[in-house]
Design a protein. Structure first.
Length: 223
């Protein structure tokens, strides 16, 4: 059995940097990133355990337009674009990739952060019964940022619940000052057991809420 990490939406390696740390014990790490602007940074960061996959996952094999490529928030959804810059990128059928590359006997941890394409990816994996191979799934439901896609979050979450998939919306466990700290908190929670998990969920949630409140009070103008 191998311990495998899938980084769906790698950008410039904010999550990859954490996943590579020896303490998590990942034997293989697959980083999916369709934006060519990000590949050199990912390549410089990778070690022998890491596969940099120069495509995104989606509901089928296709060539699609990526809006704002290379930026934080780059999306396949046109409604989300900020700059008008686009690049044609490759996406591949998530179910086919999982069937060919993910073994049920492995311990599989997955982060999905693909700026509005997450429901297409997850629905496709559910249709093909491939998510049953996943032991831990963190999902950034970015469809809630897009008016035309917002309704899909509830639909996909209902399907995940019905299938008994062990998933976590990012806001439940992704706490910290930056992506590094948030990813550490999530993986610490996953690797902890029993009451120790409260440290990374309930306690960290309270700490983060307190910091946000303190910052808001600090920024409030004085009379």
């Amino acid at each position: 059995m191998a311990r495998v990490f899938l980084d769906v939406g790698a950008h410039v390696g904010e999550t990859l940097q954490v996943a590579m740390e020896p303490r998590w014990g990942f034997d293989r790490i697959h980083s999916f990133e369709p934006a060519p602007q990000c590949w050199p940074v990912l390549g410089e960061m990778a070690d022998e355990r890491v596969s940099i996959l120069p495509f995104g996952l989606w509901s089928s094999d296709a060539k699609l337009l990526l809006h704002d490529p290379g930026r934080v928030g780059a999306s396949l959804i046109e409604d989300k674009q900020l700059t008008g810059t686009v690049a044609e990128v490759e996406v591949r059928d998530a179910a086919t990739w999982f069937e060919e590359n993910v073994r049920a006997s492995d311990e599989v941890v997955v982060k999905v952060n693909c700026e509005g394409a997450e429901c297409d990816v997850l629905d496709r994996l559910l249709d093909a019964d491939q998510l049953s191979k996943v032991d831990e799934l963190l999902v950034h439901f970015d469809v809630r940022k897009i008016d035309s896609q917002r309704h899909r979050e509830a639909e996909t979450r209902s399907r995940l619940d019905a299938a008994g998939i062990p998933y976590r919306p990012a806001e439940q466990i992704f706490f910290g000052r930056n992506v590094h700290d948030k990813t550490v908190n999530w993986l610490s929670w996953y690797h902890a057991t029993g009451i120790r998990r409260l440290r990374y969920s309930v306690v960290r949630r309270s700490e983060f809420a307190a910091r946000v409140r303190a910052y808001e009070l600090k920024q409030r103008p004085t009379r």
